[in-house]
Design a binder for this molecule. Structure first.
Ligand SMILES: NC(=O)c1ccc[n+]([C@@H]2O[C@H](COP(=O)([O-])OP(=O)(O)OC[C@H]3O[C@@H](n4cnc5c(N)ncnc54)[C@H](O)[C@@H]3O)[C@@H](O)[C@H]2O)c1
Length: 239
């Protein structure tokens, strides 16, 4: 049990990658709070659903207060909630731009500015931000999404420095998944997905569990000397 007695908060934990992360953490002994705009699409022992929009500053504050009151501490935060609103740059609306920035970047900030200092005070914590290959390499039609996922890597390095500066054992890392089979890919045409699979060394798209296992590594003591790092989980997409 690699996360015995740990308390973990996972945003976007209702389905997809977030669900796989919640289930994996719970199996390893953690108490998991899955914070998502929607109710959980599944049931798992020790995974508690909490309806939360990470863009709502007041709601995030209430969530933080309630979690700390109920569980006493938070050891692990996974900033996983994310959305896409794709369009070519010349056609991208202000709404498409702002919504993606608000959820994928500001949402990560809203959560971490509360939970990061709590971990610093407690002297212990692991924060994992879910970035993307798109944040590393860019992608046509995803200027908004690429900006947020690159931004998350900047936040990761900043927080790795900030929360550990007084000697607290708080680590902050990112994961950059390649193309993983979840609902977020529903809007991507099949021929493009086939192309992405061919770009990998392993010749296939990824499964949510494969990202969850990488997240488990960064959440657990097995990665005790890893911080400020962005871990590729992409089947060898660009080597
Ligand atoms: N699937 C992939 O190929 C892939 C690749 C790289 C990165 N990612 C990233 O992984 C993360 C999870 O993606 P997924 O593939 O599981 O997508 P998904 O659409 O299956 O799940 C995303 C979850 O986030 C929740 N969510 C959306 N907006 C929210 C908000 N404002 N507040 C709280 N919850 C919110 C949704 O309700 C949903 O449950 C995202 O950050 C995504 O950008 C996914």
């Amino acid at each position: 049990m690699r996360l015995k007695d740990k308390v973990a908060v996972v945003t976007g934990g209702a389905k997809g990658l977030g669900q796989a992360i919640c289930e994996t953490f719970a199996k390893e002994g953690a108490i998991v709070i899955a914070a998502d705009m929607t109710e959980l699409s599944y049931q798992a022992d020790n995974v508690h659903g909490y309806v939360l929009n990470v863009t709502d500053v007041a709601a995030v504050q209430d969530f933080f207060t309630e979690v700390v009151e109920r569980f006493g501490k938070v050891d692990i935060l996974v900033n996983n909630a994310g959305i896409t609103r794709d369009a070519m740059t010349r056609k991208m609306t202000d709404e498409q731009w702002s919504l993606v920035i608000d959820v994928n970047l500001k949402g990560v900030f809203n959560m971490t500015r509360l939970f990061g200092p709590l971990m610093e005070t407690n002297g212990y914590g692991s924060i994992i931000n879910i970035s993307s290959v798109v944040g590393l390499f860019g992608n046509i039609g995803q200027a908004n999404y690429a900006a947020t996922k690159a931004g998350v890597i900047g936040l990761t390095k900043t927080w790795a420095k900030e929360f550990a500066r007084k000697g607290a054992n708080v680590r902050v890392n990112a994961i950059a998944p390649g193309y993983i089979m979840t609902d977020i890919l529903k809007t991507v045409p099949q021929d493009l997905l086939d192309g992405f699979a061919k770009m990998t060394m392993l010749g296939r798209l990824g499964q949510p569990k494969e990202v969850a296992d990488a997240t488990l590594y960064l959440a657990s003591e097995e990665s005790s000397y890893v911080t400020g790092h962005t871990l590729d989980v992409n089947g060898g997409m660009r080597l």
